[in-house]
Design a protein around this ligand. Structure first.
Ligand SMILES: C[S@@+](CC[C@H](N)C(=O)[O-])C[C@H]1O[C@@H](n2cnc3c(N)ncnc32)[C@H](O)[C@@H]1O
Ligand code: SF4
Ligand code: SF4
Ligand code: SF4
Length: 303
């Protein structure tokens, strides 16, 4: 079996859990959130990225591609994703570095070795490692739980950043080796959840209840997205609060929408469907924060 693909191991991360952390982004996700700032993390296969600004349209990649997957479009060099085998030939021949491959197989040993390098920072800041993505909980869970177990055994704090859309057995496989779950709730309204993420939220909410019942340490993350879960009466937010109240959860992080991942859609030949979305005003964010605080949640704006 292939090891999971890693997109990137980000050092000195300050928004993916407490302290200074290294965040490992695994590739592949069962959801397709319209606003996702990491579109390169959605597919479970490698992707070829194309940077149009660097491309001189020399055509070399077209002639070198062994699968005839590249062709000239009206304004850019196009890719037939069905034909592309991610062999990397076009990347090797592009003198302008306009193409790059995303996703690299990594052994448990290599990942842990890389994580360990920043141990000093973790110790000084009460940080650690965060396993994220994409959706880390939808990967090979023997691999993920081994990474978590090895890090914990070395005294490194382990957090998991998840959308929760996986079978509960995946949580059971890893939870003994996890110090903190950063668990996303995007919407309670099921129809809207399907509309904006492509999937029902049944599993997400069910798993959260079960995790909480099992005594897991959980911080909730809620992306606050104008046009999706923000309204004048804060209806969706109030539903989230009512859902969380009976659970054994105290910490809530509100993540205001941003569009910094938008440019990546072009590079992946994907269409960004979130043009209408917007960041809630600072007043609105404070209003929502207050609502959570009134219900005894320790709430912060940001990751
Ligand atoms: C990329 S996701 C990876 C973890 C997992 N797949 C999830 O959705 O929880 C990491 C965090 O980024 C948030 N996020 C994604 N796109 C965002 C955007 N455009 N603005 C604000 N937060 C965003 C998600 O809600 C999640 O809390
Ligand atoms: S080889 Fe590079 S610069 Fe030339 S057309 Fe292909 S992507 Fe553009
Ligand atoms: S990665 Fe290989 S198959 Fe895909 S476009 Fe480049 S040369 Fe063609
Ligand atoms: S669940 Fe997370 S990684 Fe997956 S599409 Fe949504 S925001 Fe992106």
């Amino acid at each position: 079996m292939m090891n999971p693909l890693v997109i990137n191991l980000q050092k000195c991360s300050l928004h993916d859990g407490p302290g200074i952390r290294s965040t490992v982004f695994f590739k592949g996700c069962p959801l397709e959130c319209v606003w996702c700032h990491n579109p390169e993390s959605q597919s479970y296969t490698k992707d070829v990225l194309y940077n149009e600004e660097r491309c001189s349209r020399c055509g070399v990649c077209i002639s070198k591609c062994p699968n005839d997957a590249i062709y000239t479009g009206e304004t850019m060099i196009c890719l037939d994703k069905d034909k592309c085998t991610r062999c990397g030939t076009c990347i090797d021949y592009c003198v302008n570095n306009a193409r790059e491959i995303v996703g690299k197989e990594s052994t448990i040993k290599d990942i842990v070795k890389e994580i360990e390098k920043d141990r000093m920072f973790y110790e000084e800041s009460n940080g650690g490692v965060t396993l994220s993505g994409g959706e880390v909980m939808s990967q090979d869970m023997d691999y993920i739980s081994q990474v978590a177990k090895t890090c914990q055994a070395k005294g490194i704090n382990v957090a998991i950043d998840t959308c929760g859309y996986v079978k509960f057995q995946n949580f059971e496989k890893v939870m003994d080796h996890v110090d903190l779950f950063l668990y996303d709730i995007k919407l309670i309204d099921e129809e809207k959840h399907i509309k904006f993420t492509g999937k029902s939220n049944d599993l997400v909410l069910d798993n959260l209840k079960k995790l909480s019942e099992r005594g897991a340490n959980i911080s909730i993350r809620i992306p606050l997205i104008g046009g999706v879960n923000i309204d004048d009466e804060n209806l969706e937010v109030k539903k989230i609060i009512e859902f969380l109240k009976p659970l054994n959860i105290k910490n809530v992080h509100l993540l205001p929408y941003h569009s910094i991942g938008k440019h990546k859609y072009d590079k992946l030949y994907m269409k960004y469907e979130g043009e209408e979305l917007f960041r809630p005003s600072d007043e609105k964010l404070e209003e929502i924060k207050k609502l959570f605080e009134q219900n005894n949640f320790k709430t912060k704006i940001g990751g």
